[in-house]
Design a protein around this ligand. Structure first.
Ligand SMILES: Nc1ncnc2c1ncn2[C@@H]1O[C@H](COP(=O)(O)OP(=O)(O)OP(=O)(O)O)[C@@H](O)[C@H]1O
Length: 260
């Protein structure tokens, strides 16, 4: 895909196998896929299928054993930290557990201010207004800035985590089970927030989830992973209505057993 934001080509990631001393586990095995600007790509598959490993590797948090990662056509697969720095801004991650993704001794203000100052995106004088604008964008009042993580609910904190990731104006967010720890009503609010951000900012996302309801609601296309391999990839309705693989059919079959 020539105008892809992100292009993964035959990506492989290996770990020492925890169950076989001396053995190698192919956590991601020959995965090729691309993400267009503003596209939400869902990564689904059962536990251990390699979703998180793929997400972390495309962000260059893990070193790939094989293949290529192209960001806006630039090969970032083996760039060192210094060369990677300008590209890091373009891709941010939102984790499952917002509490553990914040430093408990830092206020929300400091957590959002730090990357802004580090990347020279804002002067100290501009910080309060900038942080208030970021909080407003994720539906939090400005007076949440002086709060510490433990003074916020899970949903409020996930909003703050999304705000922090937006501070650097990324083009792509990798969200790893970002709503799975939230209550159902809060989950819907955060999903709507992600949808709005995608539409307003043309923000692309790799949305990792084991929840097929969530994937169907949010994602434009869905990639199904199985034992580190990409089993199939297609528009969301096609995956749900006309899956090619028995494994996908079985995965979707479980959807009918889940509460809506
Ligand atoms: N740091 C690591 N060292 C060794 N093995 C790892 C490491 N991280 C992941 N693995 C293994 O790689 C495989 C893929 O794991 P991964 O966490 O990417 O899967 P997942 O689909 O995200 O699963 P889950 O939904 O449970 O998070 C698993 O077999 C896992 O045990």
């Amino acid at each position: 895909m020539p105008d892809a934001l992100l292009d993964l080509q035959d990506l492989g990631v290996q770990f020492p196998d925890r169950n076989r001393p001396g053995g190698v586990l192919k956590a991601v095995d020959g995965v090729s896929l691309s993400v267009a600007p503003g596209e939400i790509l869902g990564l689904v598959g059962e536990s251990g299928s390699g979703k998180t490993t793929l997400g972390k590797t495309l962000l260059r948090l893990y070193e790939p054993a094989a293949g290529k990662i192209l960001l806006q056509g630039k090969d970032i697969t083996h760039l060192d930290e210094a060369a990677l720095r300008p590209h890091r801004r373009a891709m941010q991650m939102v984790f499952q557990d917002p509490l553990s993704s914040f430093n408990p001794r830092q206020t929300i203000h400091t957590a959002i201010a730090t990357p802004l100052l580090l990347h020279g995106l804002c002067s100290k004088a501009e910080l309060p207004a900038r942080i208030a604008a970021i909080l407003a964008e994720v539906g939090l009042p400005a007076d949440f800035a002086p709060r510490y993580p433990h003074q916020m609910s899970g949903g409020q904190l996930q909003r703050a985590a999304i705000g922090r990731s937006l501070a650097l104006e990324p083009q792509l967010i990798v969200a790893d089970e970002a709503v799975s720890k939230l209550d159902v009503s809060v989950r819907a609010q955060i999903l709507n927030l992600l949808r709005r951000l995608q539409a307003e900012r043309n923000l692309a996302m790799v949305f990792i989830t084991h929840d097929l309801h969530v994937a169907r609601f949010l994602c434009h296309r869905i990639a199904v992973m199985h034992f580190g391999k990409l089993l199939e990839l297609g528009p969301t309705e096609q995956i749900f209505e006309n899956p090619t693989h028995d494994y996908t059919r079985a995965l979707i079959g479980t959807l009918h057993d889940l509460p809506a």
